[in-house]
Design a protein around this ligand. Structure first.
Ligand SMILES: C[S@@+](CC[C@H](N)C(=O)[O-])C[C@H]1O[C@@H](n2cnc3c(N)ncnc32)[C@H](O)[C@@H]1O
Length: 292
């Protein structure tokens, strides 16, 4: 019992959604919610909310993301590119650029030779001295950190294509424009490339779970045009030119669902979602409705 308790606490701290707060969104205008969310992004020092975790390690990424992420990262070659959306301090990328990563990823080490180029995107610049020190030891642009813009504000020409894209409680959990976000991600992904991401406290593919916080809705929810519930997994599976697997991790607190989206061809079409509800938080509470 004791070790289970310790594990749950560790997972809670690791995913960092325990501190999610939600004002009564029925009474708070959307502009105030957006302003409150901006304040979270801009927070520094002691003002950073406890639930806003910006320094997850690569090990935390591997635990949260679907099976296959770790292997996909290990198989990247020097000419390949990895994009981490909502990278926070970029700790996962720093961990990738360590000899320890090679020790733990023996498979493909010979062929791999050097590492892939890694690009971090964050709304706010959370780079640390450690990031700058590592970047200075590597060839120019081997690791890049792009800040001050959201994913949707970059063009394909600016960012280029990627073999692997990850998002751990980053833009996928925070965006107000979920379908546009996924459209952008798939546009940036090479055919046969993979997008690994995760959401906390959502209705799982198997529907066996209820919202984690009593009296609150799921953190991200989609309604069909007729108002019926559409699971996140089902919505992702309705996108053309992708193969999707959804992994529910019910022992996390709150439970999470991890998604692996593999792009299979270029003719991607993402069913559009209109935002219906947004309450600032870490991450925010969001509702969307499928356009007809
Ligand atoms: C809670 S932090 C997670 C940081 C990191 N993934 C980790 O696990 O430590 C959320 C990150 O997502 C970023 N973010 C949120 N919405 C975004 C968007 N639409 N485009 C790019 N970054 C976004 C924030 O700026 C921040 O870097």
């Amino acid at each position: 019992m004791k070790s289970t308790g310790v594990r749950l606490v560790a997972l809670l701290a690791c995913l960092g959604v325990c501190g999610a707060y939600a004002a009564d969104s029925a009474t708070v205008p959307l502009s105030e919610e957006i302003a409150a969310q901006e304040a979270i992004y801009k927070s520094t020092g002691a003002e950073v909310p406890a639930g806003y975790v910006i320094d997850r390690s690569l090990t935390s990424y591997t635990q949260a993301l679907a099976e296959g992420f770790d292997r996909a990262l290990g198989m990247l070659r020097p000419g390949d590119r990895w994009l981490d959306i909502g990278a926070g301090r970029g700790q996962a990328i720093l961990d990738y650029y360590t000899p320890r990563f090679d020790m733990l990823h023996f498979e493909g080490r010979e062929e791999r030779g050097g590492k892939a180029q890694a690009v971090a995107i964050s709304i706010e610049d959370r780079r640390t001295p450690e990031w700058h020190a590592k970047a200075a030891t590597l060839p120019p642009d081997k690791i890049r950190y792009l800040a001050d813009r959201r994913l949707r504000e970059y063009s394909l020409e600016e960012l280029g294509k990627f073999k692997l894209i990850s998002d751990v409680i980053g833009g996928f959990s925070y965006t107000t424009t979920l379908s546009l976000f996924v459209e952008r991600v798939l546009n940036l992904l090479e055919v046969n490339g993979s997008f690994f991401t995760v959401l906390a406290d959502v209705r799982s593919e198997a529907s066996a779970n209820e919202p984690f916080y009593a009296g609150s809705p799921f953190l991200t929810a989609i309604a069909g045009a007729d108002g019926s519930e559409v699971k996140i997994c089902a919505w992702l599976k309705s996108i053309s030119c992708v193969q999707v697997t959804c992994e529910f991790k019910g022992n996390w607190r709150p439970p999470i669902e991890s998604f692996h989206v593999r792009k299979t061809c270029d003719e991607v079409s993402v069913p559009m979602l209109a935002p219906t509800h947004f309450t600032a938080g870490t991450p925010p509470e969001r509702g969307f409705k499928l356009a007809k």
